[in-house]
Design a protein around this ligand. Structure first.
Ligand code: 4AD
Ligand code: MG
Length: 428
C-alpha cells in the first residue's frame, strides 16, 4: 500500500496530527543541532523543524535548496507562520538531492528566463499557472453550458487572418505556408455545420514589438456563432468574462490575494460592460489632452489614459474600416466603420478580446483584400463558403495570457504562460 501524503495547503486542518509530507526545499537554514526547512508543494509552503537525533537529520542539514524529500512529522499551531502551522519532523528522507541553485535574489530577469525550467517553481509562477488553469476550465464550462461545440482547426495555413505583417513562415514540404494567427476563417466555414462553435488553441504572431503585452505564441479562446447579431455577440462576451472572473475568484481567492490582485475590483466585474464608440474614444482622449487621429490604433499610452475612465472592462465599438481586418462587416449605419468591438481591460492592461460581425458579401471581401494588398488566391475556399447558404454570423477571440495578466495583476505577459515565446526568446 502506498502512503497517504497530506498536501501542504491542508495542514491547517491537521493540527495535533501526525502527517506524511512530500515536496521540495524552498529555503533552508541550519544551526548546530537544528535545521529549518521551508517545504514547498503545489499547494503551498510550510516551515518544518528537524532536530538533532531525528531520523535523517544529517541529510536534512546537508540538503540544498530544491532537493526533493519526504518526511513524517506532527503539525503544531504557530501564529507567527504565514500558514498558521509548523511541522516538527521525526523522520526525513531525501528523494532527489539538488546541486547548488544557480539563481539568487536580484538575478537579471533575462537570466531568470534562461532558467525558466527552474523558475516556474516559484510561488508566483505556480499560483499564476493555477489561476490560468481555472480560467481555461471556466471558459470550457461557459461554452459547453451554452451548447457550443469545441472544434479544432489547422495550425498551418496558407492565409493571413490578421494581416500579412505578423505571419510566421513555414516551409511546408517546399511550399510556403504560415503558422495560424487565428482559427477564425476556418471557424466561419464550420458555423454552417455546427452553428455555435469554440476553440482553445495557440495563435502565432511574428510581433516585432517588445511590449509587456505581446507574445509571439499565445493562447486564445475563440467563438463563432451563426444567426448571431453583433449585440448578441457582445452580450456573450461580457457574460463569459463575468463567469470566468467570478469562478476564478471563488476558486483561487487566496492565490489572487497573494499575487497582489485587487479582489474588490474583481468582485465588481459583472455584466453589463459599457460600450463606447471609436468616435467617443477620440473625444475622450482629446479632452484628456491626448492626440489620436481617425484610423489610428490605440497605443499603450492611449490605452492606459482611456482605461482610467472605467472601473470594469469596456467595449470600443465601430472602428474605422481601415484600422481593422478585411473580414469585418461594414456598418450599415456608418459605412466608414465596421461592426466590431475590442474589449479593453481596466487599468491599462490592454485589449482582452477582438471580435466582429463578419462580411458575407464576396465583392466587398475581395475589395477589402485588395486594400490590404493580399493575394486573393488562398482565400478562394473562404469566399466560396459565402456562395452556399451564407448566414449572418459573428465571432470573437480572447487572449488567455492577457486575461490572466489582468486578473493576476502581473507586470508582464510572459509570466502568464509557462514557457514564453517572444521576439528574442525561443529557449527553453
Ligand atoms: O484582436 P485579434 O487579433 O483578433 C483575432 O485574432 C480575431 N481573428 C479573433 C476572432 O474574431 N475570432 O486577437 C484576439 C485577441 C486580442 O484581443 C488579444 O487579447 C490577443 O488575442 N492577442 C495577443 N495576446 C498576446 N500576444 C499577442 N501578440 C497578441 N495578439 C493578440
Ligand atoms: Mg485586436
Amino acid at each position: 500500500m502506498s502512503k497517504e501524503f497530506t498536501p501542504i495547503g491542508e495542514l491547517g486542518k491537521k493540527v495535533g496530527e501526525k502527517v506524511d509530507l512530500r515536496g521540495w526545499i524552498h529555503r533552508t537554514r541550519s544551526g548546530k543541532d537544528m535545521t529549518f526547512i521551508v517545504l514547498r508543494d503545489s499547494t503551498g509552503t510550510v516551515q518544518c523543524v528537524i532536530k538533532e537525533g531525528a531520523k535523517g537529520f544529517p541529510d536534512a542539514q546537508a540538503a540544498l535548496r530544491e532537493s526533493s524529500l519526504t518526511l513524517v512529522g506532527t503539525v503544531h499551531k504557530d501564529p507567527r507562520a504565514p500558514t498558521g502551522v509548523e511541522v516538527r519532523v521525526s523522520e526525513l528522507k531525501i528523494v532527489g538531492p539538488a546541486e547548488a541553485y544557480p539563481l539568487k535574489e536580484g538575478t537579471n530577469p533575462e537570466v531568470l528566463l534562461d532558467k525558466r525550467h527552474l523558475t516556474i517553481r516559484s510561488r508566483k509562477i505556480t499560483m499564476t499557472l493555477q489561476v490560468r488553469s481555472a480560467i481555461l476550465g471556466a471558459i470550457h464550462e461557459f461554452f459547453r453550458q451554452r451548447g457550443f461545440y469545441e472544434v479544432q482547426s489547422p495550425s498551418i495555413t496558407k492565409m493571413a487572418c490578421e494581416g500579412g505583417s505578423t505571419l510566421f513562415k513555414v516551409d511546408y514540404f517546399g511550399e510556403e505556408a504560415y503558422l495560424s494567427q487565428s482559427w477564425q476563417l476556418h471557424a466561419e466555414a464550420g458555423v454552417h455545420a455546427l452553428e455555435k462553435l469554440y476553440c482553445v488553441a495557440p495563435a502565432f504572431r511574428a510581433e516585432k514589438s517588445r511590449t509587456r503585452q505581446h507574445l509571439a505564441e499565445y493562447w486564445t479562446a475563440e467563438a463563432e456563432m451563426a444567426w448571431c447579431t453583433h449585440e448578441e455577440s457582445l452580450r456573450l462576451q461580457e457574460e463569459m468574462i463575468t463567469h470566468v472572473v467570478q469562478t476564478v475568484l471563488k476558486k483561487h481567492k487566496k492565490e489572487l490575494e497573494e499575487l497582489g490582485a485587487d479582489i474588490t475590483k474583481l468582485e465588481k466585474v459583472k455584466a453589463p460592460f459599457r460600450r463606447v464608440s471609436y468616435r467617443e474614444v477620440l473625444d475622450m482622449l482629446k479632452k484628456d489632452g491626448i492626440r489620436m487621429e481617425w484610423g489610428d490604433d490605440l497605443t499603450g499610452t492611449q490605452e492606459k489614459a482611456l482605461s482610467k475612465h472605467f472601473q470594469k472592462p469596456f467595449f470600443i465599438t465601430d472602428w474605422p474600416k481601415e484600422a481593422k481586418a478585411f473580414y469585418m462587416l461594414e456598418n450599415p449605419k456608418d459605412p466608414k466603420t465596421v461592426l466590431c468591438a475590442d474589449l479593453e481591460a481596466p487599468d491599462g492592461f490592454g485589449e482582452l478580446i477582438g471580435g466582429s460581425a463578419r462580411e458575407t458579401d464576396v465583392k466587398k471581401l475581395l475589395a477589402n483584400l485588395k486594400r490590404e494588398k493580399a493575394d486573393p488566391k488562398p482565400y478562394e475556399w473562404y469566399l466560396e463558403v459565402r456562395k452556399f447558404g451564407s448566414v449572418p454570423h459573428c465571432g470573437f477571440g480572447l487572449g488567455i495570457e492577457r486575461l490572466t495578466m489582468w486578473i493576476c495583476n502581473l507586470d508582464h505577459i510572459r509570466d502568464a504562460i509557462e514557457f514564453p515565446r517572444t521576439i528574442n526568446r525561443v529557449y527553453p
